[in-house]
Write a new protein. Structure first.
Length: 152
């Protein structure tokens, strides 16, 4: 019996752990507040607004946005001007021209994801396929505005 317990503990220790991002949604309240307070006015093009469900009349969606650059990737965090609960994260791979857009709740949960290459039509990404990239982008923004503690 003792050997069985040790074997089970060993197997449990070797099992891959679930990523922390999947376990608890990050709260993005400070990022939303920052976008509303200091974000620049921008337009989310209809080519993304329509498939994300933000517009049904082929018009762009006015947003407040934060923009950041890491290497060849431009990150955009957008909050709809007319509906604060409409929150988007986008990343654009400059080399390939591929845009990935994620519509999320204020609690940080993925509602819908689309990808668009160049000037082509945006295509919906099933949530299960978008999850890892979505968590990485959500954590990027959550970590970016998290208050830092002073070190001595």
């Amino acid at each position: 019996m003792y050997r069985l317990a040790l074997l089970l503990l060993s197997v449990a220790a070797l099992a891959p752990a679930q990523p922390a991002a999947a376990a608890t949604p990050a709260t993005l309240t400070s990022v939303i507040d920052e976008a509303l307070a200091t974000g620049s006015d921008a337009l989310l093009p209809a080519i993304l607004s329509v498939p994300l469900g933000l517009s049904n009349d082929e018009s762009a969606t006015p947003v407040h946005e934060l923009v950041a650059q890491t290497g060849h990737i431009t990150h955009r965090f957008c909050v709809s001007i007319s509906h604060r609960h409409e929150i988007l994260m986008l990343n654009v791979e400059e080399d390939s021209g591929v845009t990935n857009a994620y519509l999320l709740s204020a609690a940080g949960k993925l509602r819908k994801a689309v990808t668009q290459a160049g000037q082509g039509a945006a295509v919906t990404i099933p949530r299960a396929h978008a999850a890892a990239a979505f968590f990485a982008e959500r954590d990027y923004w959550s970590d970016r505005l998290r208050p830092r503690t002073a070190t001595h």
